[in-house]
Design a protein around this ligand. Structure first.
Ligand SMILES: NC(=O)c1ccc[n+]([C@@H]2O[C@H](COP(=O)([O-])OP(=O)(O)OC[C@H]3O[C@@H](n4cnc5c(N)ncnc54)[C@H](OP(=O)(O)O)[C@@H]3O)[C@@H](O)[C@H]2O)c1
Length: 313
């Protein structure tokens, strides 16, 4: 049996719970592929999982899914980008050497050098070929932010000339949503903090609003699509005001409406958008796996710009 390096999380708690260890390298079952992970990410979800510091209802649900007293899989981590190292005999979609990206769902396990998973979509993950024109680190931001945002944007029926408002435009899902709404022809208003206004403008936002200093939206304007991309646990007076600016036929969505769909066909569409240059990944910082504690401390502050990646060499 081979060995691999992994960041181990043997209990829920502060970022300091992580320990770097050598563990058994997984071997793919007949219906699994083995991915050599080159990059993972520290996402908002990873913070919820590691800290278990979430409202009670969510905590109960998460503990049932992930482990009651401690993480069932001590290797947490949800997002990966890497290369197919080997394939089980019953797999069909990938071959060794394919560059891939995706999410692992409730099985977690990406804070490590290798991960084995089924190649078919389920709550245990989804996997697709990675966009060829971006790095592994960038692919992690696009996988998580893209899947989160696109499932709502696709239902939003954004048409050329529509007004779209993205609340939380500077986060992982928000930076994707701004670019996607713009690509679909919308006039985009992006809401974020003062230090990120220029960044979201550079992504194509037509108008920017600082939620830390403004409590209301421009008088008389109605929006055809509003996406709350920070979710139900972060709010402001401005976010509450947003709901009153929806046009009668408009669509309001929160990134927390329903579960994140692990859909490899959506990952395929995201790859095409990226390869056509419609969407550019936004990466705030990259840390080596050895600095996973530092990376969690940073993301926990709640102001990452785009995604935070972990490089695994
Ligand atoms: N439904 C599901 O299954 C599911 C799964 C995973 C995640 N989620 C949700 O998705 C959310 C978004 O995750 P993410 O990674 O895209 O973003 P994130 O990392 O949670 O958001 C980071 C951004 O949020 C902005 N922000 C913080 N507080 C804000 C406020 N009160 N108003 C406006 N912006 C604020 C910050 O902007 P500034 O720095 O500019 O202030 C920062 O750029 C998660 O928090 C979670 O609730 C849902």
């Amino acid at each position: 049996m081979g060995k691999m390096r992994a960041a181990i999380c043997t209990k829920y708690g502060k970022p300091e719970v992580f320990q770097l260890k050598e563990v058994e390298k997984p071997v793919p079952k007949d219906n699994e592929v083995c991915i050599k992970i080159y990059a993972t990410a520290v996402t908002a979800s990873d913070i919820f999982i590691r800290s278990s510091n979430v409202p009670l209802r969510l905590k109960i649900f998460m503990r049932i899914m992930l482990g009651i007293r401690k993480p069932r899989n001590p290797i947490i981590g949800l997002v990966f980008a890497g290369v197919i190292e080997s394939t089980g005999k019953d797999t069909k979609r990938f071959k060794p050497g394919d560059n891939v990206y995706g999410l692992t769902g409730y099985t977690l396990g990406t804070y490590a050098e290798y991960k084995c998973m089924k190649e078919t979509d389920s709550t245990k993950g989804c996997i697709a070929l990675k966009p060829s024109n971006i790095s592994f680190e960038e692919a992690t931001a696009i996988a998580y932010g893209g899947l989160l945002a696109l499932q709502h944007i696709e239902k939003g029926n954004i048409q050329t000339g529509h007004r779209a408002l993205i609340y939380g435009a500077s986060g992982t899902s928000g930076t994707f949503a701004v670019q996607m709404a713009k690509h679909l022809g919308a006039e985009v208003t992006a809401v974020c903090g003062a230090s990120n206004l220029e960044m979201v403008k550079s992504l194509g936002a037509d108008h920017v609003i600082d939620y830390t200093t403004q409590d209301s939206l421009p008088e008389g304007i109605k929006y055809d699509f509003i996406l709350d991309s920070v979710g139900i646990y972060k709010s402001s007076k401005l976010k509450k005001a947003c709901k009153d600016t929806l046009s009668p036929t408009g669509k309001y969505a929160s990134i927390d409406d329903g579960a994140l769909k692990l859909d490899s066909r959506r990952l395929d569409r995201i790859r095409e958008y990226v390869e056509h240059g419609y969407i550019n990944p936004v990466i705030d910082r990259c840390y080596p796996l050895e600095d996973i504690i530092e990376a969690h401390r940073y993301v926990e502050k709640g102001h990452k710009k785009g995604g935070v990646a972990i490089t695994i060499t």
